[in-house]
Design a protein around this ligand. Structure first.
Ligand code: ATP
Ligand code: MG
Length: 506
């Protein structure tokens, strides 16, 4: 790409509707080459939709798009690719082909082209080119590995690598950092700067993490309810201003911790190890009304710990007690029946039914609550509680009948969390519940967790966001290398101390 040439895309008066939803209204948005621009807004504000229009996913929008002042037509993904626009979508899984290798996924465009032209596919070259792209990204993955065996973070990296495999002029990253560790994020940022400032790539960065936006972007566009409310240079604004513009009201960025009297031991894990060593020798107790944090970096074993307790991974040795009674947990189903709930990390894959309406997603974890003694569902109660959760968590949907797939990424997450909030478990395990959720909704989730604690439930809260853990927990277990290495009292510890132990400090 010629870095001397300046390119500018202008999206003008863009509007789009879906049945029952006006997703965008008269949006004006501008992207320049050689710059990093942020797009921010609450869950459902229209960020992904705007970028999908740029990526040619929809053809039924109104308004126009110009490149350097000349009108261009973007009505298909092919149109977008021809203009040099590459998008890494939020729904990582839909964009990758699980049974193909890392190299094939990265080089997909080239492969499709070569095969379409009945050309000979040079596999050596494909792997070499994929390797080269990954080297630029600092990703260490075997190009022959099948994508289905990768972690979420690794899949995300494969997608970013794919976006960079072509010499594109514009790159849209829709919440790329949500599944990444700090090191991976730093690496991505280094690469983004390199692409923008040394290769002239124009980058749009979508994130719910304001510090990241202030770190990496020069300017920011703030969206609310399908409108653009402001575009500002980062220098001339503050985080507080940005949040208030996106929410449309004043906002205090502290974590609300509900005061709760902590009771007797409710849940006890003694010396539990997972069959394949995903976690080893776990000892953990949770008292009634207590929120116990599980802190650790990506890869420390937090998710594996949650899954082991929930019966999704196999327990090899050790014992689990609930209210003094020994549990035998063989499957997630048996865990649920014995009073354990898990909000899993990969919610879009494990936590929700995207083809089903919102109310079914909300009630499926607690059908017992909504059925009479003959097992018939009581639709009135089911709908009433669905409406309540939609309202409590501010889920943006026209009504409870909307198919989940039509909700924005963050709103799907709220539903995944919400369905457990109306279930009647004793122990609630949350694995990174605020990932991809906007700051406003984050508060709602914390408040609901607080209410669960008040009701005498026990809560295990796993996260790599240490400020959040410090904000809402009573006690913190720090994980490193697949086991708990340190237990800390939240009131007496700090972010530095958690980081020290989570990086293997002794
Ligand atoms: N295909 C669709 N059918 C119906 N409604 C849709 C469709 N796509 C998006 N919407 C609706 O349009 C609105 C904007 O969604 P969008 O995904 O753009 O939000 P977002 O800003 O990316 O939010 P998030 O931060 O949660 O990812 C939402 O109310 C969403 O439910
Ligand atoms: Mg989105």
């Amino acid at each position: 790409m010629n870095t001397q040439l300046k390119y500018k895309f202008e999206m003008k008066d863009i509007s789009i509707e879906f049945p029952g939803v006006k997703a965008l209204t008269d949006v004006n948005f501008e992207i320049n080459s050689g710059a990093i621009h942020a797009l921010i807004g609450a869950n459902g504000a229209g960020k992904s939709t705007l970028m999908k229009i740029l990526g040619g996913v929809y053809d039924h929008y109104t308004g126009s798009i110009e490149l350097n002042g000349n009108k261009v037509e973007i009505r298909s993904p092919r149109d977008a690719k021809k203009l040099g626009i590459e998008i890494v979508y939020q729904e990582v899984d839909t964009a990758l082909i699980p049974y193909l290798s890392v190299a094939e996924n990265i080089m997909l465009d080239v492969l499709v082209n070569e095969m379409g032209n009945r050309q000979f596919v040079n596999w050596k070259q494909i792997h070499a080119a994929a390797r080269k792209t990954m080297e630029r990204l600092g990703i260490q993955l075997d190009t022959h590995t099948l994508v289905q065996s990768l972690s979420l973070a690794e899949k995300q990296m494969v997608l970013i690598a794919r976006a960079l495999a072509g010499e594109r002029g514009f790159l849209v990253l829709d919440e790329p950092t949500a599944p990444l560790s700090q090191t991976e994020t730093d690496e991505l940022f280094r690469l983004m700067r390199d692409l923008a400032y040394n290769h002239g790539v124009g980058i749009i960065f979508i994130s719910h993490r304001l510090p990241e936006i202030f770190d990496i972007c020069e300017s920011v566009t703030i969206m609310r309810d399908g409108h653009v409310v402001a575009t500002q240079s980062i220098e001339s604004t503050t985080k507080k201003q940005v949040i208030e513009l996106m929410l449309g009201h004043r906002f205090d960025e502290t974590y609300p911790k509900t005061k709760v009297d902590i009771g007797d031991i409710l849940f006890e894990i003694k010396n539990v190890s997972e069959a394949d060593g995903a976690v080893t020798n776990i000892n953990l107790t949770v008292r009634a009304g207590e929120i116990v944090g599980v802190a650790g970096l990506v890869g420390a074993g937090k998710t594996e710990l949650c899954k082991t307790i929930f019966g999704a991974l196999k327990i090899n040795s050790g014992e689990i007690f609930l209210k003094g009674r020994k549990l035998t947990i063989k499957t997630p189903h048996s865990a649920v029946r014995q009073g354990i709930a898990l909000v899993p990390e990969e919610r879009r894959k494990e936590g929700v039914l995207v083809e089903e309406p919102v109310y079914i997603n909300l009630s499926m974890a607690s059908l017992d609550n909504f059925s009479n003694s003959f097992g018939f569902i009581k639709p009135h109660a089911e709908h009433a509680s669905a409406k309540k959760i939609i309202n409590d968590l501010g889920v943006r949907t026209p009504n409870e009948y909307q198919k989940l797939a039509f909700l924005s990424g963050g709103n799907q997450q709220k539903v995944a969390v919400g369905k457990w909030l109306i279930s009647n478990a004793d122990i609630y395990i949350f694995d990174e519940p605020t990932k991809g959720v906007d700051v406003g909704a984050k508060h709602e989730i914390f408040e609901l967790i607080g209410r669960l604690a008040q009701a005498g439930k026990g809560i295990i809260y796993a996260s790599c966001e240490f400020p959040e853990i410090l904000g809402i927990t009573d006690r913190i277990c720090v994980m490193y290398d697949h086991t708990i290495v340190k237990e800390l009292k939240t009131a007496d510890t700090s972010e530095e101390e958690i980081l020290f132990f989570s990086t293997g400090g002794k």
